[in-house]
Design a binder for this molecule. Sequence first.
Ligand code: HEM
Ligand code: HEM
Length: 267
Amino acid sequence: MATGFSLTKIPGVRFLQTKSRTRGWPYIASWAHRISGVMLILYVLLHILTLSALKNPDDFDNKIKFYASILPVFLEWLLAVPVIYHALNGGRLILYEIFGNRQDNLILQWLPGISATYMLLLGIFMVMGNQAVSAILFWTYIAAASVFISYLTVMKIRHSGASKLWKMQRISAAFLFLMIPAHMLYMHLDPSIGRDSSVIIARMNNNFIKLIDLMLLISVLYHGAYGIIEISRDYVSSHRVQAACTATIMLIVAFFVWIGMKLTVLI
Ligand code: HEM
Ligand code: HEM
C-alpha cells in the first residue's frame, strides 16, 4: 500500500489545484494580492503604533521584549511572505498594465523562485545577525533606484486617461517595489538595527533618514488606503455607505500619517 507523502495533503493545496484548473492562476494571484495587501496594511498600522513608543525609549524596548516573548522569530521571517509576494506580483501588474508586457505567464512562473530566493537570503541574514552597513549608503542606493523606477512609471502613465488618484496609486507602488523588501532586509541585518531603541533613534536623528522614513510612510499609507477603498467598493453597492466607508478609511489613515510624521520629525 502506498504511504508516500503527497502535496495534496497540505491544507489548501487541493483547493488551489482545483481553482487553478477552473479559474486560472491569474485569478488566484489576484486574490492572494488582495489578501497580502490587507495583511500589510494591518501590520503597518500596528507597526506605526509600536514605533510611536520611541518617544519613550524604555517603553519601546519593553514593547519589543513583549512581542519577542509571544512571537517566535520564525513568524517575523514569515511576514516576508506577504511582503515579497505583494511586491513582486504588484511589479508584474505594473509591467502588464503600464509597460505593456504581454509575457505575463513567464513572470508568474518566475515569481515563486524569486520569492524563495528573497526568503532564503533574509533567513540567512536573520540567522547570522552580524551584518554591518552604512544606513546612508544603503538608503542612497535603494532610494535612487526607487525614484528612478517611479520616474519611468510617471513618464509612461502621465498622458493616460486614468484618474490622478489611480495614477498616484500605481506610482506609489512603483516606488515601494524595492523600498519595502529592502526595508525588511535592512531591519534584519543585525537584531539591534530594527529593535534597539538607542540604535534606531541615533539613525533617525539624521535628516536624510528622516526624509526616507517620511517618503516610506506617506507612500505606504496612500497606497494602502487607496487599495482598501477600492476593495470596499467591490462589496458595498449603496453610494451613501460607500462614501461613509471612504471617509472613515481616510480619517483612520490621516490619523496614522499624523502619528508617524510627528514621531519622525520630532525624534
Ligand atoms: C511592496 C511594494 C508594493 C507594490 C509593488 C504594490 C503594488 C500594488 C498594485 C499594482 C496594486 C493594484 C492591484 C490591482 O488593482 O489589481 C496594489 C493593490 C493593493 N496594495 Fe499594494 N503594493 C505594494 C505595497 C503595498 C503595501 C506596503 C500595502 C499596505 C500598506 C499595500 C496594500 C495594497 C492593497 C490593500 C491593495 C488593494 C488590493 C486589491 O484591490 O485587491 N501594498 N498594490
Ligand atoms: C519585522 C520587520 C520590520 C522591522 C523590524 C521594522 C522596523 C522599523 C523601524 C525600526 C523603523 C523606524 C525608522 C528607521 O529606523 O529608519 C521603521 C519604519 C517604518 N516601517 Fe518598518 N519594519 C519592519 C517591517 C515593515 C514592513 C513590512 C512595512 C510595510 C509593509 C514597514 C513600514 C514602515 C514604515 C512606513 C515606516 C516609517 C514610519 C514613520 O516614519 O513613522 N515596516 N520600521
